[in-house]
Design a protein around this ligand. Structure first.
Ligand SMILES: Cc1ncc(C[n+]2csc(CCOP(=O)(O)OP(=O)(O)O)c2C)c(N)n1
Ligand SMILES: [Mg+2]
Length: 601
């Protein structure tokens, strides 16, 4: 009897937005779209404006990974994508919650991470009244305007009925072409309003096949140019990573016997222990990568925007000299072709499909390359010289510990497929240059933004994505303390991340700028008023958060301490006292030195 009454009530029309039992709230519809996309984790932080979506996702079995600050949630979502290639999703509160994500969303956007950001907003019917917590200084409910420079698209959805078009479009825009971030700015009453969900899957609103192989004539010309080149080289960027084109890249490289240099973002797309690998190029690249690109008569560049750091500020003669090198450029975005360097052949296409087509064309027509052995021998000679150049600092036995020594010890201690997540400083550029990445998606870094404070939470996102792999964050004391609250999430969720802190009691990367160009370290050192070096005690800090920790001061103790840290199956903090006075080893060029050189004189 009572069940019958419930059924009748459920079918009863309660208001204009609630006509049938099949109707769902806007939040439930959005959660269902995410479920259809295969989303199982949403990162963020709660607020009264976005709680409806947290609840809706939870009802559908989608986990909410909560951080104590929204910037960290964004970094975690970003890294989760980078290691799994599963969509990054963020759900945050309005205004201060959303502004807290700006750095994280910009970091993701700069490195082409597809990210869908949901933010609550003030109720739509209050927008003209400047309601509580609304951003309304120049226009009503205008928080989304702050995201226009970093998002591919921003939607404010003032009517729940619009969601049935906005959701599939947002998922499409974030994940197609060159991926990026989109914002769905949702007044909180829209989450709660009822709509008729369409009887269609979100995926039916976008192309089913993302792998267009590029123009056939371009592919033939590229193959011809590469075949006739005397010293071809390949420059692989993040597009190779996003397209998962590592097998095809390797096939082309091996057929040509061409050296492969990567951008920092693409580190690991080509195994760095391969005889043709040169490591990453650019300002802080390896010497052999810059030399290989400079010495190439034909360069095949794949999926790269030719970022400044990877190209030595584009000054000829440091990483590239194009011309006289002739460039074949392959990219998913037409606007990237020829943006920096003139092209001999420009192909718009997916990296995986197009490299496969180039490999097939080379395979059909190539005779064995008579210069192969000579090229391999000279590459080995360059590699030996480069390793010798690094050997002195890598063996440095002084105290505090030289960061190059620490990186060398980390290389020896870490399991071969460890995922390294870097912050900024030596832990990023030194690691990019000196760690050997043997697999794709094992070197996660903030490339375009170089965001200090990226690694601590990003490592948590990476570990959530790859629970069976070792994930280690490499981070300075400055970067770590800007987001130390990340440790709470690791403890709460039992995520065994390892944080290795390069503690040098300063913002050493900027300290070097001060001392080199301004004869001053002002504003870069961590001291008490009487000038004593100051940092919180990292061991006590870790203990208070509820995690294991250790400190190393002597180089000779590193191996044992690192072995223990890498073996730990719980959140673990390893503090290493490092030198703060060693500049990053540059092999390329950064042109800011040209005008900084005279300081303020
Ligand atoms: C959010 C942000 N603020 C400032 C900077 C500029 N910056 C680059 S490196 C650096 C110092 C980093 O200090 P720390 O984490 O201790 O690493 P170290 O340089 O000492 O190795 C700063 C402040 C940045 N990249 N990002
Ligand atoms: Mg530091």
């Amino acid at each position: 009897m009572s069940a019958q009454i419930d059924e009748e009530l459920a079918g009863q029309k309660k208001g204009p937005d609630d006509a049938t039992a099949a109707r769902v709230t806007g939040a439930m519809y959005m959660a269902e779209c995410l479920r259809q996309e295969g989303v199982s984790k949403v990162f963020g932080q709660c607020g009264h404006t976005n709680y409806a979506l947290i609840d809706a996702c939870h009802r559908l079995g989608i986990e909410f990974v909560s951080f104590r600050h929204e910037q960290m949630a964004a970094h975690a979502a970003d890294a989760y994508f980078r290691v799994t290639h599963k969509l990054a999703v963020l759900n945050v509160h309005l205004s201060p919650g959303l502004t807290n994500t700006l750095t994280g969303v910009a970091t993701a956007a700069a490195d082409s991470t597809p990210m869908v950001v949901f933010a609550g907003n003030t109720p739509s019917y209050h927008h003209a009244r400047e309601p509580h917590q609304g951003i309304r200084f120049h226009a009503d409910a205008s928080q989304g305007d702050m995201f226009r420079p970093i998002c591919k698209r921003v939607w404010r959805v003032d009517d729940a009925k619009l969601l049935v078009d906005v959701m599939p479009r947002a998922l499409n825009v974030a994940q197609t072409g060159r991926p990026g971030a989109v914002l769905l700015d949702i007044p909180m009453d829209v989450f709660s309003a009822h709509i008729d969900p369409p009887n269609q899957q979100t995926r039916s609103r976008r192309p089913g096949y993302g792998r267009s192989p590029g123009d056939a004539e371009g592919i033939q010309r590229a193959a011809g140019l590469l075949r006739s080149a005397k010293s071809p080289a390949i420059f692989a960027g993040n597009g190779v990573m996003l397209s998962e084109a590592w097998e095809e890249l390797r096939a082309v490289a091996e057929q040509l016997n061409a050296p492969v240099a990567t951008t920092l973002m693409a580190k690991g797309v080509f195994p760095e222990d391969h005889a043709l690998s040169c490591g990453s190029a650019g300002i802080w690249g390896t010497r052999m990568a810059n030399e290989a690109l400079l010495g190439a008569d034909v360069i095949l560049a794949v999926g790269t925007a030719f970022g400044e750091a990877d190209c030595s500020s584009w000054i000829p003669g440091h990483t590239f000299s194009i011309p006289p090198s002739r460039l074949i450029q392959l990219d998913i975005s037409p606007e990237e072709i020829g943006k920096i360097y003139p092209v001999e052949v420009g192909i718009v296409g997916d990296a995986k499909a197009t490299l496969a087509a180039i490999a097939a064309s080379l395979h059909e027509t190539s005779a064995p390359n008579s210069r192969s052995n000579e090229r391999l021998t000279s590459l080995q000679r360059q590699r030996d010289a480069w390793n010798k150049e690094l050997a002195t600092t890598q063996a440095d036995a002084g105290m505090p510990i030289h960061p190059a020594r620490l990186l060398a010890e980390i290389s020896r201690a870490a399991p071969e497929d460890t995922v390294f997540v870097t912050d900024v400083g030596w832990n990023k550029n030194g690691a990019g240059q000196q760690l050997v990445a043997r697999h794709p998606q094992t070197f996660i870094t903030s490339g375009g933004m170089a965001t200090m404070g990226f690694a601590p939470a990003a490592a948590i996102g990476a570990k959530i994505g790859l629970p069976d792999r070792k994930v280690a964050a490499l981070v300075g004391d400055g970067g770590f303390l800007s987001v130390a609250g990340a440790m709470t999430t690791a403890v709460e969720l039992g995520i065994p991340v390892l944080w290795i802190i390069f503690n040098n009691f300063c913002f050493s990367t900027i300290r070097t700028v001060g001392t080199t160009y301004f004869n001053n370290a002002y504003g870069t050192e961590f001291t008490t008023p009487d000038g004593k070096p100051y940092n919180p005690d990292f061991l006590l800090l870790a203990e208070s958060f509820g995690l294991k920790a250790a400190r190393v001061e002597q180089p000779a103790d590193l191996a044992k301490a690192l072995a223990k840290a890498f073996a730990a199956d719980e959140p673990y903090l390893l503090e290493v006292r490092t030198r703060g006075d060693v500049p990053m080893p540059r092999t390329g060029y950064w042109d800011i030195a040209d005008f900084l050189a005279h300081g303020n004189d």
